[in-house]
Each structure stands twice: as C-alpha cells, then as structure tokens.
Design a protein around this ligand. Structure first.
Ligand code: ZN
Length: 386
C-alpha cells in the first residue's frame, strides 16, 4: 500500500496568469497527464486539494492582503490601491479568473500535505512552492507562501523542520519567515542574485547559523552543471541534516534549475536534479513504518515539457515506482498537445518526446569558483564539526 499522496485540483487546468506570462503554461496538469500515461497514480494516492481558510492564510499573511484577493475576485479586477499596496494585478503578478480561489487552493494543499505528513504519509503538492510571497505583498509570481504555511502546520505539532530549496531562485520569502526561528532551518541553492532574480540577498556570506540564524545559502554561477552542483550539495546537505536533526523535511522542487528552462540559467540535467530529490528522500527522517517524513512542493519551472518530466520523475521517486526512461506514447502525445513550440528548431527538442530524462552532458571538471565555494562550505562553523 502506497504511503505517498499526490494533491491536485481540476482548476489547475484553467488558464492562469493571463496570456503573456512565464506561468501561463500547463504545469501541474501536464505533469499529471504524463504521470497518468505511466499509469503511476492510483485512485488511493490522489487527493483533491482543498482551499485554505482565511484564518490559515493569516498564519503568515495579513488580513488586508487576503481581503484584497477576495475583493479582486469578486470585482473581476484589482483595484488601484490594492495594486499599489500589495503588488497585485501587475505584469509580474497579474490578475486572472480564479485569482483568489486558485492560489488559495494551492496554499491549502500545502497545509493538507503537512497534515498528511503528520499522519504518516509522504506528500507532494505540485501546485505549491510559491517561495517568494511576502506577508503583505505578492512577489516573483507568488501570491500565498504555501511552503511557509506547510512548515507552520508542522511546527504546530511541535516538529522541527528542515526546508531544502532546489529551485533556481533564492527561497527568500521562506528564509525571511524563519530567519530567527531555531526550529526551522532553511537551505537554498540558487542562481547568484548578482545576475538573477531576486537581485539581492541569498549570498553565502549572509549565512550565519552560528549567530542565531538558521539559514544557509549557496549562490551558483551561470551554467552550473550536475558535477558542480553535486560538489556543493555533498558538502552541505548531509551535514545540515546531521547537525540540525529535523523531525521532517520540506523540499521545494522548482524545476527551473534544469537546463532549457527559459528563466533559469543553470544547466542541470533532469537526472542530476532527480538525484538531489532522491538524496532528500533518502535522508529525510522516518515514520515508524519507514515512510519518509517529507513534504514536497513544486516551484518554478517555465518550460512545460521539462517541468512535466521532472515532476513525473519526482513523483516516481516518492511513490516508490521505477519509471522507465522511455515515454509512453500517451505521454509523448500529452507533451506534444501542450502547444509548446518555442524551441522546435533546437537540436534537443526531439528528445523531450522520447524520454523523461535528458542526454547526459559531457563531464567537465568543476570551475575554480565552485571549488572555492565548496571549500568555504566545508569550513563553515556550523558544518565543520558535523
Ligand atoms: Zn525559480
């Protein structure tokens, strides 16, 4: 009997984020279709997402912020005051039909996922992972900070939580929420903000667990490869796990760290990215029956084919299935039906419809700047004696 749960909603098939936005693409629905093509999701494993209640959203968000969504949804647009104050209805965080209900459902699903983890499951909320959202303001395409809400739900049970963010972008909203909370450790590996969103913070020098902070940031150079990411990951992940000894792990599985992502500037392969997820799954603390105490969310990811393949593989891992690399024909058809044609001429495009994994890149030695960062990590006071 599977102890894994996949939480989603039919409303994720509706158009979102308008027409000219990086998130106006099928993501959860396409991943779900690909998973279905593999026959890798049982009725027992699927859970319908529930909308978060106002009081739950207000564990982190201000009442005014929550009200602004409800008013906008009722009105069919965002009023100018709400746009100015909460950054809602902007180009970055645009209005769309279901403006409150859809993000509130994705947020509710992370609370649900936390409750399932408390009950003995490993849970995946692919619509979650909105790690930039702030208490009173939308930010970076993120409306409700569902990772924060999920962590808060686990904390209500007295659990200590390790948050691991492998999205291409710094998990700044989650870091800020728990920066001085001794019961939550946030670890984020991300594009250096010197060249990438959110254009500030997330530096290794900002990491200071020894000063009462419980966060660690590893900024990555453009074009970071599997081997380079691995070098840093192997220094940091096992040591943080060993030092912090959480009761549960929350993994933010943004797929924009994989090569071909139109916004991400890293160069991981899908299998390299999945190997990180596998490490988190293997390292997470355990329920009595051996099930991982692990809550997984989606996150960024702006190439629908890459996202669908990555999250299918991630679900395969956490549900204990060995998925073949070759795509089932129904899966290839679902990907072709997504209408994604921005890079049809690229040499790599055909592989997306043949395999859920990428051709491995030619191995190259890690660049000196990555080696230096790995050495700094190894010498970090919090990690040194682990
Ligand atoms: Zn991202």
């Amino acid at each position: 009997m599977s102890r894994a749960r996949f939480i989603a909603a039919a409303r994720y098939r509706r158009p979102m984020y308008g027409s000219n936005h990086p998130l106006a693409i099928p993501r959860v629905s396409l991943a779900q279709d690909l998973i279905a093509a593999y026959e890798a999701l049982s009725a027992e494993e699927f859970v319908a997402a529930r909308k978060a209640g106002d009081s739950e959203l207000q564990w982190f968000h201000t009442p005014d912020y929550v009200s602004a969504f409800k008013r906008a949804e009722a009105l069919g647009r965002v009023a100018p005051q709400a746009r100015a104050r909460h950054a809602l209805g902007t180009l970055e965080n645009p209005y769309f039909s279901g403006f409150f209900t859809t993000p509130a459902t994705a947020a509710g699903a992370s609370i649900q996922a936390a409750e399932m983890v408390l009950e003995g499951y490993v849970a995946f909320n692919p619509a979650g992972g909105m790690h930039h959202a702030q208490p009173d303001r939308a930010r970076g395409f993120c409306f409700f900070n569902d990772p924060v809400l999920g962590i808060l739900r686990l904390k209500q049970a007295g659990w200590r939580v390790l948050y691991v963010d492998i999205d291409a972008h710094h998990g700044d909203g989650v870091e800020q929420a728990f920066l001085h909370d001794a019961d939550v450790f946030t670890l984020s590996l991300h594009m250096d903000t010197a060249y990438a969103y959110p254009h500030g913070g997330g530096r290794f020098e900002d990491s200071a667990p020894q000063a009462g902070y419980t966060s660690l940031n590893l900024p990555l150079p453009r074009g970071t490869t599997d081997a380079e990411y691995r070098l840093l990951w192997n220094e940091v992940f096992p040591r943080v796990l060993d030092r912090f000894r959480p009761d549960a792990v929350v993994l933010l599985g943004g797929a924009d760290a994989i090569a071909f992502d139109p916004l991400g500037k890293l160069a991981l392969t899908t299998q390299g990215w999945l190997s990180l997820c596998a490490d988190v799954l293997a390292g997470a603390p355990r329920h009595a029956d051996g099930t991982a105490r692990l809550l997984v969310t989606g996150g960024g990811g702006y190439h629908p084919l890459v996202v669908a393949r990555a999250w299918t593989g991630l679900w395969g891992l956490i549900s204990g299935r060995q998925l073949p690399a070759e795509l089932p024909s129904a899966g290839a058809a679902a990907l072709r039906g997504s209408g994604w044609d921005l890079d049809e001429d690229a040499a790599h495009f055909a592989q997306f419809f043949a395999s859920r994994l990428d051709a491995a890149p030619r191995p190259a030695p890690p660049r000196p700047q990555v080696v230096r960062l790995a050495q700094a990590v190894a010498g970090h006071p919090y990690l040194r004696h682990a």
